[in-house]
Design a protein around this ligand. Structure first.
Ligand code: KIV
Length: 272
């Protein structure tokens, strides 16, 4: 497969679907810059997500709402520089796609053209979001949907598990079908009971990517800083840490400080 971008192996949304159809689980991890983008890509993930969680993790915001389009373009472009093989998906920030389909198209177009994204992610399945997805996919821009807990709606949803009753579960399944009909190539399912996420996964053909939504999704996504244990104040039940990097970072810097203070760094081996 030639991508016309100098890489013969860049994954596409078609690879994403084929892997799901073959029963392979999809792996998605976030990154916000070229260094981590490269490390995540080299680890063999299927997609790298430049999430608007960058607002929480790097900018120190309490929510994702203050993240701007310019910030997402900047982080997309930086991550693009490191990601050569995986599909690069970029979150569209709050109110950049709900106001009108033409505005959604222009804004998603910026993330693609200036940020170098392969696809964008939009939250929710309201009429305005569905109209945006139709307009954006109609212009050849792949869209990933996002249901369940959608962080840009934290002020109405809270941060709890969604769709805990039969009515909520039915609505999530219906919304997933609407996203698929509107042209989404995949859907993130966040903070849902495992049974509900399993029903959604059975109800649509496109891959579902879970986070806090149990094991029966087509794949899983985690935020890089959470899985590495860099964000050590964040302890939701679904999170498994695969490293304890916050402790390692502190320890390394403390050792550097001790050696500088003791005059043992730099020693002869580290001087010209
Ligand atoms: O912003 C983000 O990192 C996300 C993931 C949690 C799916 O949307």
């Amino acid at each position: 497969m030639s991508t016309g971008n100098g890489s013969d192996t860049r994954l596409t949304i078609h690879d994403f679907q084929e892997r799901k159809d073959r029963g392979e689980k999809l792996v998605v991890v976030t990154a916000y810059d070229s260094l981590f983008g490269r490390l995540v890509d080299e680890s063999g993930v299927d997609a790298v997500l430049v999430g608007d969680s960058v607002g929480n993790l790097l900018a120190g915001y309490e929510t994702t709402l203050p993240v701007t389009l310019d910030q997402m373009v900047y982080h997309a472009r930086s991550t693009r520089a490191g990601v050569k093989r995986a599909l690069l998906i970029v979150d569209m920030p709050f109110l950049t796609y709900q106001v009108s389909p033409p505005r959604a198209l222009v804004n998603c177009g910026r993330v693609m053209a200036e940020g170098g994204a392969d696809a964008v992610k939009l939250e929710g399945a309201s009429e305005s979001v569905l109209a945006a997805i139709r307009a954006v996919t109609g212009a050849g821009i792949p869209v990933m949907g996002h249901l369940g807990f959608t962080p840009q709606s934290v002020n109405t949803l809270g941060t709890r598990v969604q769709a805990r009753d039969a009515e909520g579960a039915k609505k999530i399944v219906e919304d997933a079908k609407k996203l698929e009909d509107a042209g989404a190539f995949s859907i993130v399912l966040e903070l849902l009971p495992a049974k509900v996420a399993a029903s959604v996964t059975r109800a649509v053909r496109i891959p579902t990517i879970g986070i806090g939504a149990g094991a029966h999704c087509s794949g899983q996504v985690l935020v890089l800083h959470d899985l590495l244990g860099l964000n050590d104040g964040f302890n939701p039940k679904f999170l498994k840490r695969y490293a304890s990097m916050a402790a390692e970072v502190r320890e390394a810097i403390e050792r550097f400080g001790s050696e500088v203070r003791a005059g043992s760094y730099p020693d002869d081996d580290h001087s010209f």
